[in-house]
Design a protein around this ligand. Structure first.
Ligand code: ADP
Length: 499
């Protein structure tokens, strides 16, 4: 008998990838294609939905061809995707009515301000778990309906369909037979009631969006349709989750209190809170983690705007390193930052501070401070900001954290990971397979078709590469954290004094 595989389609912000996994959860094939970013005006970011589909399909075909794998060897397909990015298409022709509006796009910021001035933010947070922001899909949908000639009339007649990228891919893969999205993606639209588990009529009215546009919402794990684009073959599409939720699942953070942090350009931290949706008092998001085996589980989510990006800044702007990995060598030439703190608030501060006017600052410089101290402080700022998020999560959830599971490009940096463990006073665990996003989608799909039996089997597959254990005493830790908090406070004072 030929071996079988699970195929994960990882539709990211800058590239589409197809990754094949075997029964042990190991990667056996990968294909990747980048696609164009369009910036038609300052603050606008668009993708061509056709190009997204073509690159995604291209990688699917390529990964099978490269590994000489027959379509019948694919037990199921799982999809994970950049979240919130919005496309609307014509149901009859399958043609997008306009370019997709990407999550980073700020064109609807003023619309959000108007809705905020009507006092609607608390209602939105209560129903959707989200903060009213241009980031999420609702105002993007409204913008497309209001600015595309004829769109509103067509929408009112039920001729248009809305989808995030998972939904668009499902439509294309199924040859237009299935218009569905999963709960995790629905929970990022500002239109989905995460407690009632339905599209919310009051919110649809608030944003003036006809219900006829909306996809059916399905579980994250379960066969929702078939991929029919390979002639003569039908492969079940059996798992779907937005990228961060998929990563949480791929890290097997399946019990309440389990947390993962992804260290990329920015950092994304999610904590599993089980079947309880926890309202955040610390500006975190409440989101659906997944729906699996008839149960809906939730997560708290927070992000750091400038994570690995501070390393790019040292490389590209200050030019103190040639490549990102050099930072570890440079920072290791000094035993500590000698009281220097870098607050990389280049684009303001995110949770738990939320200050749009804060800007990057360096504190504690002396005559003896050199490049290495600044590099070390910059690296440490990634860990301090992540620790701030984790503290906010702990405060909201009142759940003790046993360990932090990590992934993303910057986790190869042992110095950073050790410092993170020192700061948090908990184990920081780096898995062997760090492609956790695709892995999570594969797991969700594999569970649905019996490729894997249950979460216990998956747990046995998850393997740690390295465990970083805390190695400083409480007094030192408290000193470090106090210094960081002073630095953040000072950068906020500087921002708030602006006239
Ligand atoms: P993204 O998915 O956001 O593009 P990645 O997961 O690919 O991010 O990680 C890239 C980020 O990791 C970059 O910001 C880069 O500066 C940072 N990075 C890469 N290698 C290292 C390293 N050895 N030490 C610290 N940061 C690193």
């Amino acid at each position: 008998m030929q071996p079988t595989f699970i195929l994960a389609l990882d539709q990211g912000t800058t590239s589409s990838r197809s990754i094949l996994f075997d029964r042990t959860g190991s990667i056996v094939g990968l294909a990747q294609k980048e696609f164009k970013q369009h910036y038609p005006q300052p603050g606008w970011v668009e993708h061509d939905a056709h190009e997204i589909w073509e690159t995604q399909l291209g990688t699917l075909v390529e990964v099978l061809a490269k590994g000489r794998i027959q379509p019948q060897q694919i037990a199921a397909i799982g999809i994970t995707n950049q979240r919130e990015t919005t496309v609307i298409w014509d149901r009859a022709t399958g043609e997008p009515i306009a370019p997709a509006i990407v999550w980073q796009d700020r064109r609807t910021a003023e619309l959000c301000d108007t809705i905020r001035s009507q006092g609607k933010a608390p209602l939105l947070q209560e129903k959707t778990g989200l903060i009213l922001d241009a980031y999420f899909s609702a105002t993007k949908i409204k913008w497309l309906l209001d600015h595309t000639p004829g769109a509103r009339e067509k929408a009112n007649k039920g001729e248009l369909a809305f989808g995030t990228m998972d939904c668009w891919l499902i439509w294309k893969l199924s040859n237009g037979k299935v218009h569905a999205t999963d709960v995790t993606n629905a929970s990022r639209t500002l239109l989905y009631n995460i407690h009632q588990l339905e599209w919310d009529k009051e919110l649809l009215e608030l944003f003036d969006i006809p219900a006829s546009l909306l996809p059916t919402v399905v579980a994250s794990s379960g066969v929702l349709g078939n991929c029919e684009v390979i002639p003569g073959h039908s492969i079940p599409i059996a798992g779907v989750a937005g990228d961060q939720q998929a990563a949480l699942f791929g890290q097997l953070c399946v019990d309440p209190g389990m947390v993962k942090n992804t260290y990329g350009t920015g950092c994304f931290m999610l904590m599993n809170t089980g079947e309880k949706a926890i309202h955040s008092s610390n500006n975190l998001l409440t989101t659906i983690a997944w729906q699996l085996d008839g149960k809906t589980e939730y997560a708290l989510e927070g992000s750091v705007f400038i994570g690995g990006a501070v390393v790019q800044w040292l490389r590209d702007q200050l030019k103190v390193i040639h490549s990102a990995p050099d930072i570890e060598k440079l920072a290791s030439t000094v035993p500590d930052s000698q009281g220097v703190y870098v607050v990389p608030a280049f684009a303001g501060l995110g949770a738990p501070y939320w200050n749009a006017y804060a800007r990057g600052t360096i504190f504690g410089l002396t005559r003896g401070s050199n490049q290495a101290h600044i590099a070390r402080a910059a690296l440490e700022s990634i860990a301090y900001q992540s620790a701030d998020l984790l503290r906010a999560m702990q405060a909201d959830a009142s759940i003790p954290i046993l360990e932090l599971r990590v992934d993303g490009g910057a986790t190869v940096n042992d110095l950073l990971m050790q410092f993170q463990s020192d700061l948090l006073n908990c184990h920081v665990v780096r898995p062997i397979v760090t492609e956790t996003t695709a892995l999570g989608a594969a797991y969700l799909a594999g569970l649905a078709v019996g490729y894997w039996q249950n979460k216990e089997e998956l747990r046995s597959l998850w393997k740690s590469d390295h465990v970083f254990r805390p190695n400083i005493d409480t007094a030192t830790r408290n000193n470090l954290v106090q210094g960081w908090q002073r630095a953040v406070k000072a950068s906020i004072v500087w921002a708030n004094d602006h006239t």
